[in-house]
Design a protein around this ligand. Structure first.
Ligand code: UP5
Ligand code: MG
Length: 190
């Protein structure tokens, strides 16, 4: 059966740039389903799956989990949602993630929301989050920043070269960031 391909927006930005916070706002106003790759991986650890220990070890080191694991979780969530519009938050994180997702799903993003924020501000936010995340300690935060610069920024640059990046100043207060986000999403509907 020929199914219509879903609409996908990738939501990217460094650790603590506000991806999850802004996705929650977008969901309330624009009818997307929010899929955080990190949340799906953390749920997989909790479920006691056979991959759980490997995923847990990688997250504690700030490393990127193999594409096939993350893509399977995303595909399952897409199928189970019943929706056709998705915010994919925190994925793809490297070139291999990006190529594998395209190859397996044949989906290309409509555009990429890029939350741009200084490391200093992101570090401050992560250290004061207090939600018990295993990776919110200064040692792991430094590793996450390094992986972001080395592996994830090139993905953003790839989409930039295709004219697909909508860059948002994410260092401002939450409400102001959301005003910029709304402007991008409204422009899409016009
Ligand atoms: N906050 C938010 N916005 C603010 C603002 N404008 N002003 C002041 N404070 C603001 O926000 C972080 C904190 O800042 C919160 O306390 C918030 O209230 C405050 P949040 O919205 O949670 O930021 P977010 O960008 O979502 O930060 P997060 O820590 O989730 O980003 P990461 O990209 O580091 O985490 P993720 O969960 O995506 O990935 C975690 C790990 O999983 C990765 O390191 C990796 O090991 C693994 N992973 C993979 O391997 N593959 C994947 O595809 C995805 C993840
Ligand atoms: Mg998040």
């Amino acid at each position: 059966i020929a199914e219509k391909k879903p609409t996908v927006v990738f939501v990217l930005g460094g650790p603590g740039s506000g991806k999850g916070t802004q996705c929650a706002n977008i969901v309330q106003h624009f009818g997307y389903t929010h899929l955080s790759a990190g949340d799906l991986l953390r749920a997989e650890i909790k479920s006691g799956s056979e991959n759980g220990t490997m995923i847990d070890d990688m997250i504690k080191e700030g490393k990127i989990v193999p594409s096939e694991v993350t893509i399977k979780l995303l595909q399952k969530a897409i199928q189970e949602s019943g929706n056709d519009k998705f915010l994919i938050d925190g994925f793809p994180r490297n070139e291999e993630n990006r190529a594998a997702f395209e190859e397996v799903t044949k989906i290309e993003p409509e555009f990429v929301l890029f939350f741009d924020c200084s490391e200093e501000e992101m570090e401050r936010r992560l250290l004061s989050r207090n939600q018990g995340r295993a990776d919110d300690n200064i040692e792991t935060i430094r590793k996450r920043f390094k992986v972001f610069l080395e592996s994830s920024l090139p993905v953003i640059q790839y989409y930039e070269s295709k004219g697909k990046v909508r860059k948002i100043d994410a260092a401002k207060p939450v409400e102001e960031v959301f005003e910029s986000v709304k402007a991008v999403l409204k422009a899409k509907d016009e």
